[in-house]
Design a protein around this ligand. Sequence first.
Ligand code: ADP
Ligand code: UDP
Length: 237
Amino acid sequence: MKKLEQLYEGKAKKVFATDDPNLVIVDYKDDATALNGKKRGTIEGKGAINNMMTNRLMQMLEKNGVPTHFVEEISQRETVVKKVTIVPLEVIVRNVAAGSLSKRLGIPEGTPMRKPVIEYCYKCDELDDPMVNEYHITAMGWADEAQIAQIAEYALKVNSLLLRYFKTINVDLIDFKLEFGVTGDGTLVLADEISPDTCRFWDADTHEKLDKDRFRRDMGGVEDAYNEMARRLQIEE
Ligand code: ADP
Ligand code: UDP
């Protein structure tokens, strides 16, 4: 496998072409942004932790019937994945009220909900990722009816698998964001990453935040939180 030219540089990862047109290499950076890029910084060691965590979780999900883009980890920061056309949606799943939901609905952070909530945001930095519903998604052609039904089914399945997994390391999964893509042969798969950048993790006993909210909210102890999640995940293995 040859690493060829850089195709894209995002806020947290770079994407490189390979000599196989169906595969790309993602390279995880230590760069951190929040407020859609308006706040910038570095979280030392984040790239390696997010690469490791994403790959473990994707392999666990794959084993349990959720197709993913994961192919092979090739270094601490780099992973070969299936090249997909990303469905331009952030698929958010919530178990406990927090973040933008708490703000929008006036429900205190930490309030449990009767069932998981799925939200969709249109991936567009210039518009600050506005929330949309299934009518917008099919009307604009971002996904068709069958695809959005499949996305919702996978998102709920990922949620129950991740809830169970994180329970074993004493972590409550508050909410998270997923991205899906379509491979060359038309298969819908889970793509992008699952990490403390994209999930809210609270210690199950102390409710201490172990995720990117420590960076977003200037709480300090950002590196410690990422390292603690990595430590618990590695013990689990
Ligand atoms: P952003 O673009 O939001 O700054 P990143 O820095 O994480 O985000 O950049 C990674 C980019 O790669 C994202 O746009 C993501 O949608 C895209 N991506 C993730 N997985 C794949 C994949 N398997 N094939 C192609 N693109 C992908
Ligand atoms: N999230 C993400 N990328 C985004 C927006 C949200 O990964 O661009 C994740 C975030 O980490 C959290 C969940 O999605 O786990 C819900 O985020 P929320 O809508 O509450 O937004 P925030 O409070 O982060 O602005």
